[in-house]
Every structure is written in C-alpha cells, then in structure tokens.
Ligand binder design. Structure first.
Ligand code: BES
Ligand code: MN
Ligand code: ZN
Length: 510
C-alpha cells in the first residue's frame, strides 16, 4: 500500500514526481484552492488563468496536468477538481476532499512519490485526504501476468503510487498523527476486502476465505472459530448447509471475536459470504452471473471491519460472523420445494434457490443473537431489487429500530458511504407464508429488497436491536473508476461498520 507521511516541506524544494493541488469551480472560472499558495506564487499568481487556458473548470474529479514552474524540484503539477467553492467561512467537505485525493492518486499510477498540497484546515482533513489517497491508489492485478511483465520490463509500469506526502500536515501534532494512523488501518483492511471480492471464485471458496480469516485473526490477536460441514451438521445449521449442499466446496461459518478489556458495549456484524452465486437449481441466466464472485462482499466487509477495530484498539467488543457457502446446482443441491430446518429451529420452504443469501444469514443472525449483543448489523449483497430501487452507488438500510437505523445512516454519511433508509412494510410478510413450512424464502416480487429484510427479521433474537445493509448495488463497480472507487470490488460498508464501532466505544450509539 502507498506509504503516507505528513510533511511541513515547502512545495518548491520537494523532491517528488508530482505536486497535487486543488482547483475549485469559482463564479468566474477555476480558482486555486487553499494549500497551493506556494505553487500559485511560483506562477506569479496566474495559476488560475493558466488552468483555465488548459480547459480546467474545477469540476469534481477533473484532473489537469501541467508542467511545474521553474525552480521546482518536482516536474509536474496535478490539479484536481473540487467542485463548487464552499460557502464563505467553511471549508471543503470531507467527502469532496476524499474523492479529489482519490482521483489524483489514481491519475498518478506509475509514479513513485507525490506531494499533496490540498486544503487541510484540521486533523480530520488530513485523515480524509489520506483515506482518499490510499483507497484511490488501489489496484488489483494479482491475475494480470501481462501487467507483471510490463512492470518487470519498465521497472514500474502502472503500479499504484508508492509514496504520498501530505503538505501542510502537522507531523508532531497528536491529532494529525492519529488521523493518519486511523486512515491507514481502515484503508488497508478495506483494500484487503476489495482483494477478496476481486479474487476469482475458483480460488476463493468458503474454505479458502476461512483460512484467510484465520491467518488475519492470528496476526491481530482476534479469537477465531471455524465451523466446517461436520460441525455445522452437528450444530443444526440447516440454512448454511442447505445453500452449500450443491457445491464441491463445503460451507463454513467463521466467528471472529475481538474483545477489549475496557469495552462497555458489544456489537455483532454478520456478513453474507456466498463465494459464488450461480443461483443454484433456480439457475441464473447468462448475463446475470458474471459478477457473482462479488456475493461475498458482505462477509469481506465484516471481516475487514473487525480487523480494523482490532488494529485501532477500539474499546468495544466486536464479533464478526462470516456465513460462507458456494451456491451451485448439482445432484446434491437443495431443490425448489425442499424444506430446511434452520439453526433457530424454524423451518423454511425453499421456493427459489437463488434467494440463498437470506438462508445463510438466518443461521448466522440466530448464532449472533444467542450471545445477546447490544446490536447486530448484517451486511449483504442481498437483492437485485435494492439495486433497482437505489441504483449502483447507494446501499439500503433496514432495521427493527428507527433510532438505530438513523444512527447507522449517519455513520454511513460521515464515512462517505452513500446509503438510504428503507421501510419494513408489515403487509409484505404474508407473501412468505408457506403451506408446508413456517415460512418460504421468497414472497411478493414487488418490494423484493424489503421482503428479504422481513425474512431476516424472523431470525433476529427477541429484543435485539438490528440493522440490515443491502449492499447489492455499491459492492461491485461494473463501470469505470471514480473518485477513490476502483472498478470491481469497492469495500462498501467497511467504513460504516468501523464508524459504528467507534461510536459504540465512545458510548454515543444510544
Ligand atoms: N446475490 C443476489 C443479489 C444480487 C444481484 C447481488 C445483483 C448483486 C447484484 C441474490 O442472491 C439473489 O439472487 N437475489 C434474488 C432474489 C430473488 C430470487 C427473490 C434477486 O434479487 O433476484
Ligand atoms: Mn442468489
Ligand atoms: Zn446471492
């Protein structure tokens, strides 16, 4: 990952491949953002005009490269758009800075070192710029032999930016240092979640995912327990077993327990970990399964958040539950019409094997409930319907408690993760009535995301506060990269979960 430092160096004398500055959209053309005064001065105060001549407007995400002024050690200035100038007396908002830093870091792939002269007014700004840089510099080329050859031949190729110095940061200031350290821990784990999502399903099956979790847990002093098929059978986890039944790679339930001696609250995070979703016997048609390696993004987010909480030493107990299975059709697969006896004791008639996420989550939610945490949050690429409702960049939040749903939503906003509250209409429950079992795994087609949430609610222990994040839209970016979001796995929900854990540690989660 990109190495980050806070620097008090002045831009002209700095040895780097590029200096990044911010440019905003002013009333009369582009305006140079605070932090770049020394650069502007070296252009005799005419930098805004130069940028305008080059076609820059200051629009968000716009990247303009220009030769550095004479006397500068760095050869290039990279001007990144920040969008509209903020109101008088207020700075650029956190997400604007994060995205700009990310866009610049992406544009600097192949460079060794860059200095970021973006507007930093307080320690939190350094934290979000650091996050943007570390997340924007991400690339996944573990499987690109051609990229590896290019790198070997040219020395570097388009490798992620290796080093970033944040100018105007205060390296001796505790708050600045803490902000950078937090950003590094969160971004590094988030990038690991992206790696897991991007890893092809022939290499990342439930057993392999469990092994990755085990290794990380050991490294960070997290207690880990893995239930394999034998243990799941003995324990009666009919949901996870039913979904995994068709695959040659057996299912797993991984429990990660991070405990702090000073914890006053306990949280449980539950992740959907379908390492590949073919749909099972209710097979998905071609065109709907090419990206289904991303169906473990919830489990990856939960895993990353627990490790980040441990690395940050948050004073809260966090248990992560990864419900891992591969949904495949075969002679041993669950059929539409089968009835599963779930871990909670309820029976479920499986009418569509493609509604598998709710089945593995049901068992994990019940397992989490038995420990009576103060709150449970599950994260899942659960329904195409939620994608239809909210688009590909916003996840849906449902909950059995309005205040908790709002708290999670606020945590998402503070983290730069677009999310929106969704209702749980009671009338949709009866659509899941089954003539044979306690409940069916599908209901009305309309409001399919809400139906899925109502199904999950049945497996949350009595009196436990719970929220459900349906990340089917934003978990996997099928379009081009933007801001600090790459193509492919995005790491959505990691930052929300970490923020919720921080709030719980601070006693601010209600
Ligand atoms: N993993 C899918 C949901 C999904 C779709 C995630 C697109 C990411 C992108 C889930 O298991 C699924 O297949 N859901 C079905 C449920 C239906 C059968 C009730 C769906 O949404 O069509
Ligand atoms: Mn499915
Ligand atoms: Zn699925």
């Amino acid at each position: 990952m990109t190495a980050l430092t806070l620097s008090t160096a002045a831009a002209p004398g700095l040895r780097a491949d590029a200096i990044v500055i911010g440019v905003a959209k002013g009333a009369n053309g582009p305006s140079v953002a605070p932090g770049a005064e020394a650069v502007d001065k070296a252009y005799d105060g005419r930098l805004a005009g130069v940028l305008e001549t080059l076609g820059a407007s200051g629009a968000e995400g716009e990247v303009t490269k220009l030769p550095a002024p004479s006397g500068f050690k760095a050869p290039v200035v990279v001007a990144v758009g920040l969008g509209a100038e903020p109101e008088k007396d207020s700075g650029f908002d956190a997400e604007t800075l994060r995205r700009a830093a990310g866009a610049a870091a992406r544009a600097l792939a192949g460079a060794k070192k860059a200095a970021f002269a973006l507007p930093l007014t307080e320690a939190a700004d350094a934290g979000v710029v650091a996050e943007g840089v570390l997340l924007g510099a991400y690339s996944f080329d573990a499987y690109k032999e051609s990229a590896k050859e290019a790198k070997a031949a040219k020395g570097n190729g388009k490798a992620p930016l290796a080093e970033a110095a944040l100018l105007g940061g205060k390296p001796r200031d505790k708050a600045y240092k803490a902000a950078i350290e937090r950003a590094a821990a969160v971004a590094e784990e988030l990038n690991r979640a992206r790696d897991l999502v991007n890893t092809p399903p022939n290499d990342l099956n439930p057993e392999a995912f469990a092994a990755v979790a085990q290794a990380a847990a050991k490294e960070h002093g997290i207690k880990v327990q893995v239930l394999d098929e034998k243990a799941l059978t003995k324990g009666g986890y009919g949901g996870i077993l039913g979904v995994g039944a068709g695959s040659a790679s057996g299912p797993r339930l991984v429990k990660l327990s991070y405990t702090s001696p000073r914890a006053k609250k306990s949280l449980a995070f539950v992740g959907k970990g379908i390492t590949y979703d073919s749909g099972g016997i209710s097979l998905k048609p071609a065109g709907h399964n090419e990206t289904m390696k991303c169906d473990m993004a919830g489990a990856a987010a939960v895993f990353a958040a627990v490790v980040a909480a441990a690395r940050l030493g948050l004073e809260v107990n966090v248990t992560g539950w990864l419900a891992l299975a591969e949904n495949m059709p075969s002679g041993s697969a669950t059929r539409p019409g089968d009835v599963l006896r779930m871990y909670s004791g309820k029976t479920v008639e499986v009418l569509n094997t493609d509604a598998e996420g709710r089945l593995v989550l049901a068992d994990a939610l019940w397992a989490a409930s038995l420990e009576k945490p103060d709150a449970i949050i599950d994260v899942a690429t659960l329904t195409g319907a939620m994608m239809v409702a909210l688009g590909s960049r916003t996840y849906g939040i449902m909950a059995n408690d309005d205040a908790f749903r709002s708290a999670v939503h606020e945590a998402a906003e503070e983290s730069g993760e677009p999310a929106w509250p969704m209702p749980m209409p009671e009338h949709l429950r009866k659509g899941m009535d089954s003539p044979t079992a306690d409940i069916a795994n599908i209901g009305e087609r309309m409001g399919g995301g809400l139906v899925a949430g109502l199904f999950l609610r049945e497996f949350v222990g009595e009196g436990i506060t719970w929220a459900h994040l349906d990340i089917a839209g934003p978990a996997f970016n099928e379009g081009g990269p933007f801001g600090y979001t790459p193509k492919g796995g995005t790491g959505t929900a990691v930052r929300t979960l970490v923020r919720v854990a921080e709030l719980a540690a601070a006693g601010e989660l209600g």
